[in-house]
Structures are given as structure tokens and as C-alpha cells.
Design a protein around this ligand. Sequence first.
Ligand code: CO
Length: 504
Amino acid sequence: MSSRETYDELIKRIKEVSLISSCYAVLDYDKQCFMPPKGSPYRAAQASLLAGLAHEKFTDPKIGELLSQLEGSELTKDPESVEAVNIRETHRLYDKETKLPRELVEEISKVTSLAHHEWVQARKESNFKHFQPWLEKVVALSLKKAEAYGYTGEPYNALLDNYEPGATVDDIVTVFENLRRELVPLVAKIKEAPKKPDVTIIERTYKTDLQQIFGEMVAASLGFDFEAGRLDIAAHPFTNGLGPGDTRITTRYNPHRMNDALYGTMHETGHALYEMGIDREKYGGTPMGESISLGIHESQSRMWENQVGRSKEFWVYYLPVAKRIFREALKDVSLDDIYGAVNYVTPSYIRVEADEATYNLHILLRFELERELLKGNLKVADVPGAWNERFKKYFGIEVDKDANGCLQDVHWSSGYFGYFPTYTLGNLYSAMFFNQAKKEMPDMLEQFKQGNFLGLREWLREKIHKHGQRYRANDLCKKITGQTLSHQPLMAYMYKKYGEIYGI
Ligand code: CO
């Protein structure tokens, strides 16, 4: 076989795997949005059949043979070519999937499913002792997994790589520490600020059906294509790229808070625009038709949610529109009022409810603890104490119970060690990309004031979306901004915004 034929055979096979995975995605979406509770056991059987099929097809030794035949062939000469990227990234995943022994995969799946169940109970009771033996098991299995993958430096690197390919602790730890060093005093200063926005504005009555109309209008103006996507309701907002021409997002409505649905929708729209911006007609089912990493994905969602949705320019256009929709709630509200209210900062226990300024402190705390856990420097039994001590240091408040502390997140019970840092990476990248977009389009903020957001959407498409997995996250960042990951653009953005709102 010529290299080209070998390559075509490889692509045919991985496209089949991806077809199976997208069937799984449809079932999963249905489960989260529409399925009646009694359908759960049968759905689990359907999902597990498809997951098994996809795994079997992808780890077929034939794939390994095709890959080794392509290694070093003329198709890999230009590392940025479509072929080279598809070969490189398929190889990477193939190595990962085949390195884990089957018994370990099954053990992890069994233990995390039980641990998840026990965690739900433990959180309800706010009883860490109940969860402790399960967390111990999950930590031990995560270490085994890291050993099976292999790593340089510390075991954490092997797990981080699952979510942020190519990133290592060394790349991010200094940036994260610099960020914390500046964020802690900023949050403390905001807490003491004499000037405070009136947050009750967004806690008035906002009818759910009107919120939905407003949310869809905003999503469409950012470039969400309702001919190629849907917006539904789910308990936890998420995005699911089911396949070419079908990207779904979800949100939730609270008639007494305008923020949750609006910013949830804008966040997921950011994820969806990334999925919609990838050229799936050409590259669907191959790495060139996939996103780079969770960090880069999150940079897109956070940019639309925060840099755009919480900007004054956004509200210059949208406050008059919102006033026509929510007549009663917004009748006495000025531009400065709404801008302050949506940027209200207050230290709080729960990560998923945190504001833009304190959010990263929640992440840094988790990143530090999970690293220590995997290094063996922190015992599972000591997690609540370590959590509470750090929380007091970073947020200035005491944790009242473990349900509001170390038991709040689903990640550890599911075995997602190494996932948390991608949230902060997303925030850091988002500030860097947004700055660069402003530099290259000096009238971008003026466009926002006119309700025109498509310039930014095109810019992101050109610079990021259409490249699929061509570049690693840090290379992409360097290529777009000329700089490596840094805490400074995000901090500069916060100093400016909160300086203005809080007079500090
Ligand atoms: Co997100």
C-alpha cells in the first residue's frame, strides 16, 4: 500500500469510531434533556454498548499497524499539514487508549460509579467521613492510571494531559501562583470597597418565557446558527457537538435571577461557536475536525460570557432591548446600574456560583490540593482541614460545612483529576485572545455598541476554530498573541473593570 492508501484506510477507520461516538452523544443529550427517569437503566446499557464498540474499534491492532507504517512517511513531513496532524493526534490517542490495561479501565469505571453515588449521599449529609474511603480508592486508581500512561516529573502531568494535551505542571504552576498573588489582595480590596453596585437589580422578577426570548436573541446575535443548533433546558448547562450541522446547548431559568440563564446561555454559545466554527464538512470525524483542549474550549465560552457579555459596550446595545422585554424589572435601571450589577463580586463557598474575580481562586485551591494528593504529600483524611485553611486564606471567610467546601464538586468522585486547571487556563487564554482581537480590530468595542458581534466571531474562527487540532494550546497562543501564557492580561482587565465599578 502507498502511504496515501494507508492514510485513507486509517481515516476511514477513525471516522467510523467517531460515528459511533456521535451516536452516543445523541443518546447522552437525550438523557440529560428529555429522557424520563425510568429509561435510565436501558440507556446505560445502550451507552455502554456504544462505548465498548468505539473502544474496540479504536484499539484494534490494525490501527496501530497503519500508524507505524505512516510514522516518518512523506505525509508527516510538514507537521502542520492536515495529514500530519491527523496522524500525530490519532497516534497520541491510540497510545493512551492502549496503555491502560483492560482490568484497570473496568476497575476505574466500577469504582467511580460507586464513588459518585456515595459522594451524592455524603454531600447531602455534609459528611466527609462517608466519602473518605471512596476518595482514597479513586486517588489510588488515578495514580495507577498515571503510572500506566507514564510521565515525566510528577504523576499529575499524566492526568492533566488527558484534558490539556501537552501541558505540564511546570508550564502552568508559576503563572497560577502569580495569579493568586494578585487576586487575593484584589478580592480583599473589593470586599472593603466603599462603593458597591446594587446587585438586587438582577434579582427582580424576570419571567422565564421572556428570558428565553432574550437569551435566544443574544445567542443569535453572537452568531449561534439555530438552523444548525438548539437551545434546551437542563439542570446543568452544557454544550454537545453531536455532529456536522448539529450543535446543542442548554441553560436553566430562574424567574428571580436574570443572570443565570443569560450568562449560562452566553457561556454555552461560546462553546457552540467553537464547535460550529470547525470545518466539519471537510474534517469531521478526524482530529482536524476536533477542538484542541478543554482550556481552549473554555477560553471561547468565558470570552463571550465575560469579556463580551459583562462589558459596558454589550449593555450599551442590549439594555434598551432588555428594557422593552423586561419593562417592569428594568424601568429605573441605568447603564452603570446594570454594568455594576452583572459584575458584582463577593467571596462565596460554591465554585459554580462564583463571580469572575473569585472564580479562579476556587480553581487554584483545588489544583493545589489535588497535586498534593497525587504526590502523596496530603492524606485524603486531611483534605477538609487543608481545604478550609486555604479557603480562609484566599477568600477571607470560614467554611461552615464540608458540603460548602471539599464535598461540593462532582469531579473527584468521577476520577477527573487534572481537569480543574483547564477552567483557569480558559480564563487566562480568553483575556490574551481578547486583547489581541482588540488590537487587530480597533473598532471592535464600537461594533459591540451597535449590536454587532460577528467581527469577533469571524476573528476567532480564522485564528482558532478552523485549525482543529493543528496546534497545541500553548503554540496557538504564541502564534496568535506572540506571547506565552501569562496572568497579566487577565489581571490588567480585572484591575481596570473593578477599579471603575468599585472605585478602588
Ligand atoms: Co464551559
